[in-house]
Design a protein around this ligand. Sequence first.
Ligand SMILES: Nc1ncnc2c1ncn2[C@@H]1O[C@H](COP(=O)(O)OP(=O)(O)OP(=O)(O)O)[C@@H](O)[C@H]1O
Ligand SMILES: [Mg+2]
Length: 248
Amino acid sequence: MFPGSDRPAISEVDLTLSEGRVLAILGSNGAGKTTLLRMLTTLAAPTSGTAKVAGHDIIRDGSAVRGRIGVVGQYAAVDEVLSGRANLELFGRLLGLNRATAKRRAEELLSQFDLIDAADRPVGKYSGGMRRRIDLAVALICKPDVLFIDEPTTGLDPVARRDLWAAVKARVCEGTAVVLTTQYLEEADALADDVVILREGRVLVAGTSWELKRLAGEPRTEVREPTLEDLYLQLHTGPAQVHPGKET
Ligand SMILES: Nc1ncnc2c1ncn2[C@@H]1O[C@H](COP(=O)(O)OP(=O)(O)OP(=O)(O)O)[C@@H](O)[C@H]1O
Ligand SMILES: [Mg+2]
């Protein structure tokens, strides 16, 4: 419950997530996605109820939770004046890595996120897509068990969005559990194993992505006009990526 509000921002939410799975929290503006994420990452305390993250209670054992998670907020949290490399090393050191390990992890992540060329430029001069990549890289500096991402791709172009999805999927393949919020249904479709749809702070529906799709009806084949997004992706990544169902 926020001061001055007549309803709880979140109530009666019950979620479970296992390692190597992606949970997408969907909902329109103000549905409570960020508030739920802030509670799970110990940035805000619930007025009642609790949760366990990576086996630790968010209320009684907040510091243990913080030691096992990575968080990418809805708005960038990295230092704009420092370079990408300096941000990574700084966060690594703040989170307890020794100098040599922080440097090594920074180089690994700069390379994985295609930021080597921009590594020594101030983050304030990065494009939106690069900023999202450095945010994600910083959240991964200590190899978290659970990664929380609030609206991973809002404001990104279609190619940057697909690149970021691929980066998240790579982490999931390594066993990281991911909780993300999104307003983009195709993002949940592309990434999520489990889906929760929130409305006014309550769970409207929850289940595996497959279960929820079944609720929408039987499979059907639709013929549709090509879209501008199809053209955009063809121009940038080639037709094979635009028609993933087609045998190549
Ligand atoms: N610090 C705050 N003080 C008072 N009310 C708040 C605060 N933060 C959020 N709220 C309210 O809590 C509700 C949920 O907000 P929240 O930011 O969690 O929504 P959201 O689903 O993340 O929305 P968006 O898609 O716009 O990011 C809203 O009604 C919002 O106005
Ligand atoms: Mg939000």
